[in-house]
Design a protein around this ligand. Structure first.
Ligand SMILES: Cc1cc2nc3c(=O)[nH]c(=O)nc-3n(C[C@H](O)[C@H](O)[C@H](O)COP(=O)(O)O)c2cc1C
Length: 200
């Protein structure tokens, strides 16, 4: 049995996020295939994730196992304890929403999710997998904008840094292009997400 951490980053009211329309369907399908798994939903806005404070920075220098009940470090331990991760966020200004970056600053902690060695940093989140479900106004999956995309790419790299190299992206592109059928694009992404949920 696995624990799945569902990390959501979007301030829109219930039912309004196009990204969550896709990611919620993914979770629904995943539950059908894995009824005994535990899904932990972490809505970063509801959680009130704030930028790292001076105290938060100070707490980033811990000994292994230390600070499990600390209000910041608890997120790093929660992350470490999960087996699978589902990220859901829109592309904002070519990157992830700032609240998701703030969350990454909470969970990327030396001696909890990675460690420094003489050979360089080593991830401690091993044998885990992640899927990033995202939606975008333009098309960043193909063509000249691919190199401008720094949201999904950042998540892929930072998770690799923590030891998670099994990373899949499900993206709905072009949702704000007037001549495109956004509903059809979302429906296509839902179909891909539901299919992927079987093997995740
Ligand atoms: C603050 C903000 C910044 C955005 N920046 C980009 C961007 O850089 N590139 C892009 O293609 N779309 C951008 N968009 C559009 C969203 O990514 C797109 O509409 C997405 O589908 C919204 O998903 P949601 O309904 O889950 O919020 C931006 C939207 C907002 C609100």
């Amino acid at each position: 049995m696995s624990t799945v951490l569902y990390i959501k980053a979007n301030p829109k009211p219930e039912g309004a996020s196009r990204t969550f329309k896709i990611s919620d369907k993914f979770i629904e399908a995943y539950k059908e295939h894995n009824p005994d798994d535990t899904i932990v939903t972490l809505d970063l806005y509801k959680e009130g994730i704030a930028f790292l404070s001076a105290e938060g920075v100070r707490m980033h220098f811990v000994e292994p196992g230390e600070g499990r009940s600390d209000p910041i470090l608890k997120y790093a331990y929660q992350f470490l304890d999960a087996d699978k991760y589902v990220f859901a966020e829109p592309l904002w200004n070519l990157s992830i929403p700032a609240i998701l970056k703030a969350y990454i600053d909470y969970i990327s902690v030396a001696n909890i999710t990675f460690k420094y060695t003489a050979e360089g940093p080593v991830g401690l989140c091993n044998n885990k997998k992640a899927v990033n479900i995202t939606s975008r106004g333009g098309n960043f999956s193909e063509g000249e904008l691919v190199v401008w995309e720094m949201g999904d790419r950042y998540l892929r790299i930072i998770l690799g840094y923590l030891g998670i190299t099994d990373f899949t992206t499900i993206a709905a592109d072009n949702l704000d292009a007037r001549e495109q059928d956004a509903e059809a694009i979302i429906a296509g992404a839902i179909t891909r997400a539901q299919a992927f949920a079987k093997s995740f």
